[in-house]
Design a protein around this ligand. Structure first.
Ligand code: SF4
Ligand code: SF4
Length: 344
């Protein structure tokens, strides 16, 4: 069912929803940008609808609500430990289609991977409902249409602010009681049909082409350009890698908490293992690993979409101006060259 709400109705609705739900949305953080006097837009809990940034892509992804950059896994004393309790209040999260589609990928990795369920992710996932917010096509780094992530039906409510209030579609029975007295209206969310930027996705037909691509000289050009800072993966809507870190309380090293902290495959020690082995020693090796993970390996393992949702945040955050779509074009050209050489 769809409804038209006046400005006052919208305020009342938000107040009523806030009694039961914690509400998250993209919010402006003043002067927190990379350059002086610049802002970022980041997901956070809101207490008023006016805090929502409607017309700008968030600098960092929605995934930070469900899988924060750091979170406590458990607390320990000398011979005991207790798992962290986590959140208990349900959440409503304002999000665009790319971020909602990214949650499907995150859920697949955290909770649908070989039968193992990550309880820390799952308990957050189970508390979340999504409010689809309109997208105006994003900025010049977005390519959701190329990745097929420009639409979604995974939402409990879709909204569109209009001059005198808000249009709302409600698809979730749990939310229907909030709209019993609302005025019915014609409204269905519209999805972006074209981005300014289009990406070409390479088709890797077999292992022979894949192995030749791994050895292709294209990856070497990143050795002199990528500084292995990891900013691209921290801003990525779908990356899930993490490491753990113990925080010790006071002088006793046996009392503290273990946290998990986001990790990046682009950092130079990421693939270092016990005994001194290191499987990706150059920035080019690591770029190859990331690109193949996003545009081949995930799909080869799970058989659905690629792991990239085309949000373009990695391009936006890279201090070396390395664009994911330009890299993808280079990968596409390399694959075509290899296919030609191998007579495919
Ligand atoms: S790889 Fe880049 S474009 Fe793709 S989901 Fe991650 S941040 Fe977005
Ligand atoms: S943000 Fe750019 S420079 Fe930093 S690791 Fe990623 S690709 Fe390399």
């Amino acid at each position: 069912m769809s409804y038209k709400l006046s400005k006052q109705d919208v305020c009342c609705l938000f107040e009523k929803l806030s009694e039961k739900y914690d509400i998250y949305a993209p919010k402006r953080v003043k002067n927190a940008g990379r350059f002086s006097e610049t802002d970022i837009v980041q997901y956070d809990r809101i207490s008023d609808l006016s805090e929502i940034v409607w017309d700008e892509k968030s600098t960092y992804p929605m995934k930070e609500v469900l899988s924060p950059i750091q979170q406590t896994l458990f607390y320990f004393t000398e011979d005991e430990y207790r798992a962290s309790k986590g959140k208990t209040r349900p959440m409503l999260i304002f999000a665009r289609p790319c971020d909602i589609n990214a949650m499907k990928i995150q859920a697949r990795i955290y909770a649908g991977n070989g039968g193992f369920v990550d309880m820390y992710y799952q308990r957050m996932h189970d508390l979340a409902k999504y409010i689809l917010m309109p997208c105006n096509g994003g900025d010049d780094t977005c390519f959701c249409v190329s990745m097929g992530t420009n639409t979604t039906d995974l939402y409990s409510m879709a909204v569109k602010p209009v001059d005198d209030g808000m249009l709302v579609e409600v698809t979730d029975e749990d939310l229907a009681p909030y709209f019993e007295k609302a005025e019915a209206a014609e409204f269905a969310p519209e999805f972006v049909q074209e981005n300014e930027l289009k990406a070409v996705i390479p088709e890797i037909p077999d292992k022979e082409v894949l192995n030749a691509l791994k050895k292709h000289p294209m990856w070497k050009q990143f050795n002199g350009r990528c500084i292995s800072c990891g900013a691209c993966t921290i801003a990525c809507s779908t990356c899930t890698c993490f490491t753990t870190r113990d925080v010790i309380y006071g002088d006793n090293p046996e009392v503290g908490e273990r946290r998990r902290v986001s990790a990046s495959c682009q950092i130079d020690t990421f693939a270092k293992v016990a005994g001194g082995g290191d499987y990706r020693t150059t920035a080019g090796d690591r770029m190859r690993y990331k690109m193949l993970h996003k545009f081949h390996d995930y799909k080869a393992r799970f058989g659905e979409s690629h792991m990239c949702v085309g949000c373009g945040r990695c391009t936006g955050r890279c201090p070396e101006f390395i664009s994911i779509t330009v890299t993808l074009r280079k990968m596409y050209d390399a694959v075509e060259e290899i296919k030609k050489e191998l007579g495919r």
